[in-house]
Design a protein. Structure first.
Length: 157
């Protein structure tokens, strides 16, 4: 019979770190609240939850890498909000944050979940931070639970 492996969505005994950018904090505070809500509502313990703040999304990869290297967390969620302005700055920040985080997750083997909004305007960001389009912070934390569980199942079947 075909063996199908799928992760469980539970935060019981999960050591989770949330690395959150302060830039556009009116959005990232909402993403952080959503991620904490998901963690606690899925059985997580606040004693196993660590929150670290960075100045902006550009700084997320370095701090996430430092957190991943401690090997103290089963998964890490990076949260941020990059919102397009009048200059190309948006493109550089958005590109470097995803590139850096992708590198960290593969280099360290720790699941890093990309909870960074990349939006054309403030309205799009608000929609994704707990209004019309849900809360991407909540969704990212649920993905972290599944990925941590999946890795555990693969490494220790
Ligand atoms: N940082 C963000 O997290 N979001 C943004 O929209 C943003 N924009 O557009 O400027 C932003 N810039 C700051 C950047 O992340 C760094 O903190 C800064 O460049 C210092 O390195």
């Amino acid at each position: 019979m075909t063996k199908i492996i799928e992760g469980h969505i539970t935060a019981k005994d999960l050591k989770l770190a949330l690395v959150v950018s302060r830039f556009n904090s009116f959005i990232t505070d909402r993403l952080l609240a959503g991620a904490c809500d998901a963690f606690l509502r899925h059985g997580g313990s606040d004693k196993l939850l660590t929150v670290v703040k960075t100045p902006g999304a550009f700084e997320l990869p370095l701090i996430t890498q430092a957190m991943a290297r401690t090997k103290k967390h089963d998964a890490i969620v990076a949260l941020g909000a990059v919102i397009r302005g009048d200059t190309p700055h948006f493109d550089y920040v958005a590109a470097e944050s995803i590139k850096g985080l992708a590198q960290v997750t593969l280099d360290t083997g720790v699941p890093i979940i990309y909870g960074v909004l990349t939006c054309d305007n403030v309205e799009q960001a608000i929609d994704r931070a707990g209004t019309k389009s849900g809360n991407k912070g909540f969704e990212a934390a649920v993905t972290a639970m599944e990925m941590a569980s999946l890795l555990r199942l693969i490494e220790k079947p």
